[in-house]
Ligand binder design. Structure first.
Ligand SMILES: *Cc1c(COP(=O)(O)O)cnc(C)c1O
Length: 339
């Protein structure tokens, strides 16, 4: 069998040579005492990129989201989200366990929210229902197929929700920035807190960032410790994160171009899926098909790995470690699929 083309996720990448070099030579200290200069540099860098007062290095995106819920909400609070967001369906019920919050979900099949549904949720307290305390938005929206929210759409939502805080789950924030041509800071402006992963398309081996107002990030530091996520000489990891932010963002455009090419191949091979490849604007190819599991298995047999994110929803994700040659092998395998 030819070399495997691993499109299961953009988390499967190897750290680059530059990252390994930076990790080997990183100046480190005990971050529990605030003495790791490399962690401090990474946090400052991310805060600048997102135009927030402060940032915190966390071990994973899930932990970043969970900490945000804990600092923005109290147990029993309702947070409005899209029905298919990561924080709702893909974090093992962590929000209930760690933050005690309840979700009010709106339709997000197209990635963004329907303003009418949002308005109804916000008005619910007039009908003796629980008040919406905060919102969580995902940019890019993974399940919907890596759909980016542009800043005008985010600004419209922010205007609608008034004073309520917005948490931006930006696991793939930089994919959104590249796809929309907007800076990360513009995309983060309507949000109170923002989480972004260094370990996805940006190729760092470990870690995510949480940014927001200094007072909230101070509390986030305490919550990180409560969750067991405080680290010591974490500069060895932060060093790779700095390389990720400094050198791995622009190239995401290559992943987006390849994903669109793959999306077109699926649309041609599986017309019954009614998949519009133009909806693929970043690095996630995701579509409904009654036999999604069988399609993933058939491709797996010939060394093209993907996955399902729902019973009828297939997902393939492009990243740094799949080049044009690998992508062409995937496209050829898709062309041989039976529908
Ligand atoms: C991957 C992902 C996360 C969680 O990140 P981990 O580092 O895997 O914990 C959160 N939100 C979204 C949208 C993701 O895709």
């Amino acid at each position: 069998m030819a070399r495997v083309v691993d499109l299961r996720s953009d988390t499967v990448t190897q750290p680059t040579e530059a990252m390994r070099e930076a990790m080997a030579t990183a100046v480190v200290g005990d971050d529990g005492y605030g003495e790791d200069p490399t962690v401090a540099a990474l946090e400052a860098r991310f805060a600048t990129l997102t135009a927030k007062e402060a940032a915190l290095f966390v071990p994973s995106g899930v932990m970043g989201n969970q900490i945000a819920l804990r600092v923005l909400c109290a147990p029993g609070d309702v947070i409005l989200t899209g029905a298919h967001q990561h924080v709702v369906g893909f974090e093992m019920g962590a929000a209930a366990r760690n933050a005690g919050v309840q979700f009010w979900t709106v339709d997000d099949a197209a990635g963004v929210f329907d303003p009418t549904e949002v308005a109804e949720a916000l008005a619910a307290e007039d009908d003796h229902q629980v008040a919406v305390r905060a919102l969580a938005v995902e940019n890019t929206h993974m399940y919907a197929g890596g759909v980016p929210w542009s800043s005008p759409v985010l600004a419209e939502l922010a205007a609608q929700v008034g004073e309520r805080p917005i948490h931006l789950d930006g696991a793939r924030l930089f994919n959104a920035a590249v796809a929309t041509g907007e800076g990360a800071a513009a995309l983060c402006a309507p949000a109170t807190t923002v989480m972004a992963c260094l370990s996805k398309g940006l190729c760092a081996p470990v870690g995510s960032m949480l940014a927001g107002p200094a007072s909230l990030i101070e509390r986030a530091r305490v919550e990180r410790k409560r969750l067991g996520g405080a680290l010591r000489q974490a500069g060895v990891l932060a060093a790779a994160g700095i390389v990720a932010l400094d050198t791995m963002v622009e190239r995401l455009a290559d992943d987006h171009r390849r994903a669109r090419h793959l999306a077109e191949a699926f649309a041609r091979a599986l017309p019954e899926a009614d998949y519009d490849p133009a909806t693929c604007r970043t690095n996630v190819v995701s579509f409904d098909h009654p036999e999604a599991r069988r399609i993933v298995a058939d491709l797996g047999e010939v060394g093209v790995l993907g996955g399902t994110v729902g019973p009828r929803r297939a997902r393939f994700v492009t990243h740094h470690d799949v080049d044009d040659d690998g992508l062409e092998r995937a496209v050829a395998a898709v062309a041989r699929l039976r529908g």
